[in-house]
Design a protein around this ligand. Structure first.
Ligand code: SF4
Ligand code: SF4
Length: 568
């Protein structure tokens, strides 16, 4: 309940709808958290809102009664009850951009496990699959084996550099647009608004005593939230098994327990983080806001309140101008605070809590449009540009003087520097982009040029060799033929560089030979236990180094592995 008795005019709006919107000249007597309005002659309780009719208000802008509850100086200690944030719906360019990104990211997350990619009859046809049982990662045309984990490391390095690039360019755009926490909170807010209404209706509902209507709204909201949370957990496990089969197993309660446990954990975290904790996750739990400061520089564009233009803020501009006071462009309407999902006031400067979602830019641009002033009182701005503008606006007395930046027509003078995309292209960002491109291209090249056949050899450690009755020496080896192709292959395994050497499969009494033909299953590792024997008198150096050679009989691919032959 807020009443400003210095108002010239007041609008008294009953949010319960029982009193019509009325414009009056009224005397407001404040008593505790109640106020008596002399015009309508009744007490207004906490469910009523008084809004000042400011000069700006006459142009359709009402001052919103909102407190920046999550700003560091105001925020309650961690153990105190959270002051809820009720973000108002924003409209504008950045909000539209956020809708598009939200729809895209959610679609990618939920739909990807259901996409198909034909890899032949011997490999799964799910486009993106983390096959833990067979230790494979399938990503469309890419298949990564455990020994190729460096690709995953390369992807992580690329993700890190990408984050550096974005942050040094446009601040925490990752946080504001694509971070799962932001996306899911936005989704949960869509549901909340659809069921409980926008900011004022939600505040009123929150404060109202429990009733049938409130119970129905709250139950509906939490039920939809829970549905979203379960779908989120459910979608995640589809990345780890063939989605249609797993879905069938899930609904018939035949899926492995770990699937249900994973869904339960992700449901709980999605519901808690997205629905209940919201901005607290970013403020208290996420390390990223703490790290980001190191990546920003004076050329990074961040969401900034241009106080060189907005100050001195005043909600009664005409009166102030008539009194000869300096008046900035900010009409102190609080629209920027009301839409902020983090519960902060950007006019207090750069803050750790700001996720750079730019909704305050949209809110303020709408206000500027109504006032007939240039947009950009809150804007993406670099520190350099901000410093240049504040220098321009500051008078000899060291105070910001709006007259320094406004021409006679009331518009901003040309010397004011506006946001310019060219400031984003600089050596630092180019270097990050070059690194990103080089690693990406390098990985693509290695990926496309890699062999689909490889050979691993492990010599026995004990015994190193065995002396046979005919005087020859035998060494034992564990051999693994890796067939990364999605077709079965016949591989010829031979010895090279071991004079008089011959081999046979362990457990078979066949005659030793210089080459063996082995059928290898598609997309599999084929293990073998081999004995190689040779006459030590035929050998030169000791131990004798030689090679195992694996050749695809139908194709041209071949793999070579060096080994040693131990003798007494
Ligand atoms: S201050 Fe503006 S950019 Fe920062 S979180 Fe709030 S609305 Fe988003
Ligand atoms: S910065 Fe803009 S939106 Fe925020 S209070 Fe001032 S005029 Fe209103």
């Amino acid at each position: 309940m807020v009443c400003r008795t210095d108002s010239v005019k007041c609008i008294i709006r009953c949010r319960s709808g029982r009193i019509e919107l009325t414009e009056i000249k009224a005397k407001i007597e404040v008593a505790g958290n109640k106020a008596r309005c002399s015009s309508i002659g009744r007490m207004l309780g906490a469910t009523h809102m008084l809004e000042e009719k400011t000069d700006a208000g006459q142009q359709g802008i009402q001052r919103i009664d909102v407190e920046a509850v999550n700003t560091a100086g105001v925020r309650e200690p961690l153990y105190a009850a959270r002051k809820k944030v009720f973000p108002q719906r924003a409209k504008g360019t950045f909000r539209r951009l956020k809708w598009v990104i939200m729809a895209l990211t959610l679609a990618v997350y939920y739909i990807t496990p259901w996409l198909k990619w034909n890899r032949g009859e011997f490999a799964p046809d799910q486009a993106v699959l983390i096959d833990l049982a067979n230790r494979r990662f399938y990503f469309f045309f890419i298949e990564i084996w455990p020994q190729e984990f460096y690709y995953v490391a390369g992807l992580l390095v690329m993700a890190g550099i990408g984050l550096f690039l974005v942050t040094s360019t446009v601040g925490r755009a990752w946080c504001g647009y694509t971070c799962p926490q932001t996306v899911w909170v936005d989704l949960f807010l869509v549901v909340e608004r659809a069921i409980e209404g926008d900011r004022n209706a939600r505040i009123k509902l929150d404060k109202s005593p429990w009733s049938g209507g409130k119970l129905v709204k709250r139950l509906s909201k939490h039920a939809v939230w829970m549905l979203i949370a379960v779908s989120t957990g459910g979608a995640w496990i589809f990345y780890f098994a063939e989605a249609p089969n797993l879905l069938n197993e899930l609904v018939t309660f035949q899926a492995p327990p770990i699937a249900y446990i994973t869904i339960a954990i992700l449901t709980a975290t999605t519901y808690t983080f997205g629905g209940m904790m919201r901005e607290q996750v970013c403020t208290y739990m996420c390390p990223w806001p703490r790290i980001q400061a190191a990546m920003l520089d004076e050329h990074s564009a961040t969401v900034t309140y241009n106080d060189w233009r907005g100050e001195p803020r005043n909600k009664h501009t005409k009166k102030a101008i008539a009194e000869g006071k300096n008046v900035g462009d900010c009409v102190d309407c609080n629209a920027c605070v009301a839409v902020c999902p983090m519960g902060i006031d950007i006019r207090n400067g750069q803050q750790l809590e700001c996720i750079t979602c730019a909704l305050c830019i949209d809110a303020c641009d709408n206000v500027m449009d109504k006032l007939g002033k240039e947009r950009g009182l809150i804007s993406y701005t670099t520190l350099n540009d901000y410093n240049a503008n504040i220098k321009l606006a500051t008078g000899t007395d060291g105070l910001v003087n709006p007259k320094n930046i406004h021409g006679k027509n009331g518009r901003l003078v040309d010397a004011v520097i506006n946001a310019n995309w060219r400031t984003l292209v600089r050596p630092r960002t180019l270097l990050y982009a070059a690194f990103l491109g080089a690693i990406g291209l390098g990985m693509l090249y290695v990926l496309s040029a890699r062999d689909q056949l490889s050979l691993n050899i492990l010599h026995d450690r004990n015994p190193l060799y065995v002396l046979l009755s005919d005087g020859s020496v035998r060494n034992g080896y564990d051999v693994k033929i890796v067939n990364m192709a999605n077709d079965p292959r016949v591989i010829e395994l031979s010895l090279d560089g071991l004079e008089g050497g011959a081999m046979r499969l362990a457990g078979q009494n066949s005659e030793p030979t210089n080459s063996l033909r082995i059928e290898v299953e598609p997309d599999q590792v084929h293990p073998l236990r081999l004995y190689v024997q040779a006459d030590p008198d035929d050998l030169g150096e000791r131990p004798q180094m030689f090679q195992f050679v694996a050749t695809d009989v139908q194709g041209e691919e071949r793999a070579v592995a060096r080994a040693k032959f131990e003798t007494p």
